[in-house]
Design a protein around this ligand. Structure first.
Ligand SMILES: [Zn+2]
Length: 807
């Protein structure tokens, strides 16, 4: 392109002006109407304003963006209908509202819209020659004006974006409805979203505030269309990140992008709400930049992501490549005390849009007293005055780039071309200084008889089992580094070479981990040595910490090479990383006793059983709604399961049931085929996104010839797309005479719907140590089977190989 850059003074302030107009618009008393039988339709969602008053907001660019409705009059009424299109969404709706379809009367509602809703409502109002009611308008304005302005503020950048890039399939509609039975809830239709129709509610409970997604789906009018894609492809990043002594991060981020039609006039990016964008340039020419007012003025403390708009001085040709430079700063690094720091906005401290694989080149400038942990090869490392400058280039494309800073002691290992560096804080942060370490309630529950031996703490779920020795995180370095190294070796020999040739591990305060490409965040609790590693709950605690570490290493493959698309498929990455970790521990020496005894006794099936048993128990823990975590919804509901009904359901189902699902698939395929499948999965989906159906298809390819349910359709229907775990009971007797004994068994299934049916292995063991496996398919009625056996002492054992999840 040979367009001369416009002089800076000619640069307009379109977006800023628009943003101001949007917020200042307010409701219009002159545009209040006495309405009957108006209808707002967005595919499966219908809103009927049967009888009441409708008042519009003052128009912006000629069209109102808001309206409020009140049925606070004699005979006033309104109704909303939303019919979810499939069984699982109807089930989800019912779990929150008590009915599979939403059908609710309401008396008040506020609407925000940038799609055709305003035009449609105004046409209906005009066609019916509706009377104006300015006196009611004045009363309604008093009640609603600030509510509508507050609502708009939350959508400010999005409204600006839609007004600057008009067109079909870009706008949104949001209704905040005061239901007569269900309280306040929202109906959203968003043309840019992956699922356009969403119904849900902010729910305040004793245990906190939750956004409950009642239902979310691709709406009728969007069925069969490709999913909306980000407005531009991000090809590469070049970031210059400077951290000052007050831990404020100042970044100059340059992104190479290829734009689509949707980014012709505006380039939208997401950035942590803790970051403020200062200036932007497109191809070196200053560009207008827009971030919503409340953020710019620092009025809100926002920990989520915010939409930032960059307006190039001249429109960009679709398909062309450009460099966008954004200068941004903010306090994304938090201080946990005793020089323990962590990056709070992992993955959103730089501008991003959708999760895209891109190349990175990052130069970090930071106080020379601190150490840096980051992804990528070190290309430059020097000290200038008080500042240390380190340039890092990650191997291969990366979806999320993380880093961390602290005062570290490091342990470096190198094996077969991969360098592993584990960092430990020199001191333990304040939060971990108490005299004891906590054990999750679930671990306690898994120890038989443990309840009685609990120290005298009433009603507390987190318990201190053992006093700690001197808590120096550094003591754990060697052990942790060895684990990371052997887990890496274990995976690379099974899932192929990782693209990263360097993996750094950084401590983060708290109890969570995260695995980015070449960079793992490990919770600082993992750096605390248990006093007596072979004792009871502490042994399990050590096991689950090791599992977490191996899980994060597993994400180098599952999550960073093979990735998941929408939230429906996220369970795949968690379950695959977690099951990989279970397999790693299965092949690891027994914990605690390994080095002294020098023995190579492997954990073997004990590792599988310890993990699966804990997950099984977590699935049956009940939430505030009295239902078990498992029954809240299937794995494909993903993060939506983290709701007020049962906040723990998401973890229990995504990780726990997900791990069980992978394990059951392994049992169906057999070990050899299962490992081949995983290797092929990595090969076929390298730098691609994997969805649940594609995963089913690849698993089906590796099923043994002649296996029942060869396409795994019944398996996925029952375990992946459905809920329900059966209770199974096996009884048997042996009758007959020498040479003609028969074992007759009965397998009874309960606690699942009548159509639930699964193949269950039953092992027939005879006294001579020979055993055969009989596969019995369950049904709503007890199922009988008969086997010829050689001895009257033969036994039938239900699923000794843990191949079926059951109560
Ligand atoms: Zn994970």
């Amino acid at each position: 392109m040979a367009v001369a850059p416009k002089p800076a003074r000619a640069q307009n302030r379109t977006a800023a002006e628009l943003g101001r107009k949007i917020i200042e618009a307010g409701l219009d008393t002159a545009e209040c109407y006495r309405v009957r039988d108006l209808e707002i339709t967005h595919d499966e969602a219908r809103i009927y304003l049967t009888d009441g008053y409708l008042m519009f907001g003052k128009p912006v660019n000629g069209v109102p963006l808001t309206a409020v409705f009140s049925a606070d009059n004699d005979g006033g009424d309104a109704e909303v209908l939303l019919l979810p299109p499939d069984r699982s969404e109807r089930r989800s709706m019912a779990a929150y509202t008590g009915a599979p379809n939403l059908n609710e009367h309401f008396s008040e509602a506020a609407f925000i819209f940038t799609d055709g809703t305003a035009q449609s409502l105004l046409e209906q109002v005009r066609a019916a020659e509706t009377k104006k009611a300015p006196d009611v308008g004045a009363i309604m304005k008093e009640r609603w004006n600030s509510v509508v302005t507050n609502l708009l503020e939350g959508f400010e950048s999005r409204v600006v974006l839609d007004l600057l890039t008009p067109g079909p399939r870009r706008g949104f509609f949001e209704a905040v409805i005061q239901g007569k039975k269900l309280g306040n809830f929202d109906i959203i239709y968003d043309a840019r979203a992956y699922e356009q129709l969403i119904a849900g509610q902010v729910s305040n409970r004793k245990n906190g505030t939750w956004w409950d997604t009642w239902s979310s789906f691709v709406s009728r009018g969007n069925k069969g269309r490709p999913s909306p894609r980000p407005e531009m492809q991000i090809l590469s990043y070049q970031i210059d990140a400077s951290l000052d002594s007050a831990l404020s991060l100042h970044c100059v981020t340059k992104m190479k992008i290829r734009v689509s039609e949707d980014a012709r006039n505006v380039i939208p990016v997401d950035l942590s709400g803790q970051m403020r964008a200062l200036t932007a340039k497109v191809d070196g020419v200053p560009a207008e930049m827009y971030q919503r007012e409340s953020l710019r003025s620092g009025l809100v403390q926002n920990t989520g992501n915010e939409l930032l708009l960059v307006l190039p001085a001249t429109p960009l040709e679709p398909g062309s490549e450009h460099e966008v430079e954004i200068v941004h700063e903010g306090k994304v690094i938090l201080d946990a005390g005793r020089e323990v720091y962590f990056v709070s906005a992992r993955g959103s401290w730089y501008p991003n849009r959708g999760l895209q694989f891109a190349k990175f080149d990052v130069t970090y400038r930071y106080p020379k007293t601190l150490d840096l942990v980051a992804a990528g090869q070190v290309r430059e490392d020097r000290v200038e005055g008080e500042t240390r400058i380190t340039r890092r280039i990650p191997d291969g494309p990366v979806r999320l780039l993380g880093f961390n800073l602290g005062q570290y002691q490091r342990k470096e290992l190198e094996r077969n071309g991969i360098t592993i560096e584990v960092c430990a804080n020199k001191q333990l942060e304040d939060a971990l200084r108490p005299r004891s370490v906590e054990v999750p309630a679930a671990v306690m529950a898994s120890e038989p008889g443990r309840q009685r031996r609990r120290p005298g703490v009433n009603g507390q779920d987190m318990v201190a089992p053992a006093p700690l020795p001197v808590p120096s995180p550094v003591n754990q370095l060697t052990r942790l580094a060895a684990h990371v190294e052997s887990a890496t070796e274990f995976y690379r020999s099974r899932f192929g070479e990782p693209p990263v040739k360097r993996i750094e591990v950084s401590p983060v305060p708290g109890r969570f981990g995260q695995g980015f490409a070449g960079m793992i965040y490990l919770p600082t609790v993992n750096y605390v040595a248990p006093a007596n590693p072979s004792a009871g709950p502490v042994r399990d605690l050590t096991f689950f910490r090791d599992l977490l570490l191996a899980h994060e290493v597993g994400h180098q493959w599952w999550g960073n090479i093979v990735a998941s698309g929408s939230y429906h498929h996220e369970w795949l990455m968690e379950a695959l990383a977690n099951y990989s970790a279970v397999m790693y521990l299965e092949n690891s020496p027994v914990s605690g006793a390994s080095s002294e005894k020098g023995g190579e006794k492997k954990m073997g099936s004990k590792a599988i059983e310890t993990a699966l048993e804990l997950y099984r128990q977590q699935l049956f823990l009940k939430g505030p709604d009295g239902e078990t975590a498992e029954s809240e919804g299937p794995v494909v509901q993903g993060r939506r399961l983290e709701s007020s009904n049962n906040p723990n359901a998401s973890t229990a189902v995504l990780y726990g049931k997900g791990t069980w699902i992978i394990h059951m698939l392994r049992r169906r395929m057999g070990d050899e085929r299962f490992l081949k499948m995983l290797a092929e999965l990595r090969k076929r989906y390298e730098w691609k996104v994997l969805d649940t159906e594609s995963f089913r298809a690849i698993c089906a390819e590796f099923m043994p010839p002649g296996a029942p349910d060869a396409k795994l359709e019944a398996f996925f229907d029952q375990w992946v797309y459905g809920t329900g775990v059966p209770a199974l009971k096996l009884t048997f007797s042996v009758k007959g005479k020498p040479g003609a004994y028969k074992l007759t068994g009965t397998l009874t299934q309960s606690e699942v719907p009548d159509d639930f049916s699964i193949p269950v292995p039953v092992e027939i063991q005879t006294a001579r140590g020979k055993s055969v496996v009989q596969v019995v398919r369950t049904s709503s009625e007890p199922v009988q089977f008969t086997v010829n056996v050689a001895s009257p002492t033969a036994k039938a054992v239900l699923d000794p190989g843990w191949s079926v999840l059951r109560r």
